[in-house]
Design a protein around this ligand. Structure first.
Ligand SMILES: Nc1ncnc2c1ncn2[C@@H]1O[C@H](COP(=O)(O)OP(=O)(O)O)[C@@H](O)[C@H]1O
Ligand SMILES: [Mg+2]
Length: 262
């Protein structure tokens, strides 16, 4: 039968109020790959991430990660198995420090009980130290952008681009092997976008992550992708190299059909 993929969706469907949003979607990502998911607004891209991370349960189909069907598992289980994501609308704690934001993301993974943490029992103290170190390590990945004095700055004070970087650091905090990035370049200027393209490459080479990224900026998509998958109305309409997908008639049509305000 089929060889076991690192990550795959098989015939996954989801509808809301009778409207089909993801329609028998099949796709895979190999270990170490960087794959982009593109498509016009409303194509169902974020819903795919919500299905994969357990926010929604698919009506049918399988979501397989390292040989296991994770469809319908609760979000924390899926995180534990090694999938983490960023959100299109950032989920930062703006009144917490940069480092605390990453630590908070890591906390779900520690073994201390609430009682131990509240009373700062030895195991909780040790874990807090370990988590602080882990947060520093993840933040170091972003170089001077999130280094030094920035660790103690409130997230509120960060530029928009740095908030997007911090969102990625938070996803890294759970030590995933598969990173799902939802529009990481949104709101970035061209220089920041260029830097992000490099960063995503480093997530693979230095970080060892496999990456599935939703992105609208075609410079980014071209710069990072081993493969591109295009969705429209929840259906896969094209898949292949950037050049193949960008020139595909159905893809061009899907984007032209949705042009205009909004
Ligand atoms: N929780 C929900 N309830 C109802 N409709 C939803 C929900 N989530 C997404 N949708 C709808 O599903 C479609 C796809 O949305 P989404 O996955 O966010 O698209 P994309 O990320 O490609 O822009 C949209 O029409 C959106 O309104
Ligand atoms: Mg979206």
């Amino acid at each position: 039968m089929t060889e076991q993929a690192f990550f795959e969706l098989r015939d996954v469907s989801k509808s809301f109020g009778g409207l089909s949003v993801v329609d028998r979607l099949t796709l895979h990502v190999d270990e170490g790959e960087i794959v982009s998911l593109i498509g016009p607004n409303g194509a169902g891209k974020t819903t795919v991430f919500n299905l994969v991370t357990g926010i929604y349960r698919p009506a049918s189909g399988e979501i397989r990660f390292r040989g296991r069907n994770v469809a319908g598992l609760p979000p924390h289980k899926i995180t534990q198995l090694g999938i983490a994501r960023t959100f299109q609308t950032l989920r930062l704690f703006l009144n917490m420090s940069v480092k605390e934001n990453v630590m908070a993301a890591a906390y779900g993974h520690t073994r201390s009980t609430m009682v131990e943490a509240v009373f700062r029992l030895p195991r909780a103290r040790r874990e807090e130290r370990e988590i602080a170190e882990l947060a520093e390590e993840k933040l170091a990945f972003f170089g001077p952008r999130l280094a030094g004095y920035r660790h103690d700055q409130q997230a509120y004070n960060l530029s928009y681009a740095n908030r997007r970087r911090l969102e990625i650091a938070r996803a890294m905090a759970t030590n995933p092997s598969l990173l799902l990035l939802d529009e990481p370049a949104a709101g970035m200027n061209p220089a920041e976008t260029h830097e992000l393209t490099e960063l995503i490459g480093r997530l693979r080479t230095d970080g060892g992550y496999t990456v599935l990224v939703i992105e609208h900026d075609m410079h980014v998509v071209e710069g990072i992708s081993d493969r591109v998958i295009a969705l429209d109305h929840g259906v896969k309409i094209a898949e292949g190299s950037f050049d193949e997908v960008a020139t595909d008639d159905r893809v061009v049509e899907a984007y032209l059909g949705r042009q205009g305000p909004g």
